[in-house]
Design a protein around this ligand. Structure first.
Ligand SMILES: [Zn+2]
Length: 270
């Protein structure tokens, strides 16, 4: 499932291609995506492409002066992919759920399992996730302390909650806790000031390095060019059960928390 770095990768690749293009036509091919009447989209120009939590956010111009802007939030969920196609490029029809024809190419939304969503909104605020973005400058040590305060949840489960920090899933939660040298079972509200600083620094470092490497690909994730990420080469614990920890040499272990695998090092995450 794409997490924050994978969604950021897609948004960064789409941004230079989409900004300034005009929509010729927008078509929904999967009735699951058409829950209500669609706003008028043809004729608008793309003004903004970015990431909001785990969503790719696209901002469109008003159709006429005085008319409102329009925003689209695409949540890729399990298997969604936003693929850019140059004019004339051959593209697959299988699993295609929606399609933008633009004056400079096409933007295609593929999704094998069909859990992905497209939400249209009058402003970016309307689709802002509940949690704070871990890469936002608004997140500092004091803010993180407030978010953690009083929580008796194990740290790993706390990191997966999307209403505290947004965008972390199973892969990066395991990697961040390993980088911070914190046990996945530690009660989130018991971290002291230095541990909170370590958690914050590790979160940012792991996410930034993953973004530089275009995310992690195991089976489904593809970027906007249909290519895979390469951060899996740098994973220190995730998927490495039985292999030596790169930091202390102890054997990486796997445990199940909330029905999901947690990978950790019993040597340096006590
Ligand atoms: Zn270790």
């Amino acid at each position: 499932m794409p997490e924050l770095p994978e969604v950021e990768t897609v948004a960064r690749q789409l941004e230079p291609r989409l900004v300034g293009t005009s929509v010729v036509r927008f078509q929904v091919l999967d009735p699951l995506l058409a829950s209500g009447p669609l706003p008028r989209i043809a004729g608008r120009t793309v003004l903004h492409v970015g990431r909001s939590g785990k969503q790719v956010l696209i901002g469109f111009s008003p159709l006429s002066p005085g008319d409102g802007a329009l925003w689209l939030a695409v949540h890729l969920r399990m298997t969604g992919r936003l693929i850019w196609a140059d004019p004339g490029a051959r593209t697959a029809r299988r699993h295609l759920r929606a399609r933008f024809r633009l004056d400079r190419g096409r933007l295609l939304f593929y999704d094998t399992r069909r859990f992905g969503t497209m939400r249209w909104a009058p402003s970016a605020e309307h689709v802002r996730p509940a949690g704070l973005d871990p890469l936002s400058p608004a997140l500092g040590g004091r803010r993180l302390r407030r978010l953690l305060a009083g929580s008796t949840q194990p740290l790993k489960s706390w990191l997966l909650r999307q209403d505290r920090l947004v965008g972390l899933g199973n892969i990066y939660a395991s990697e961040i806790l390993h980088a911070a040298g914190l046990s996945p079972w530690r009660a989130a509200g018991t971290l002291d000031g230095r541990e909170i600083e370590r958690l914050l620094r590790s979160t940012r470092a792991v996410l930034r390095k993953a973004i530089r490497n275009c995310g992690t690909t195991f089976s489904d994730f593809q970027d906007a060019d249909g290519l895979t990420g390469s951060y899996q080469r740098y994973l220190e614990v995730y998927g490495r059960e039985g292999q030596p920890c790169p930091r202390c040499g102890a054997e990486v272990a796997r445990a199940v928390q909330q029905q999901r695998s947690t990978f950790y090092c019993p040597g340096c995450q006590r």
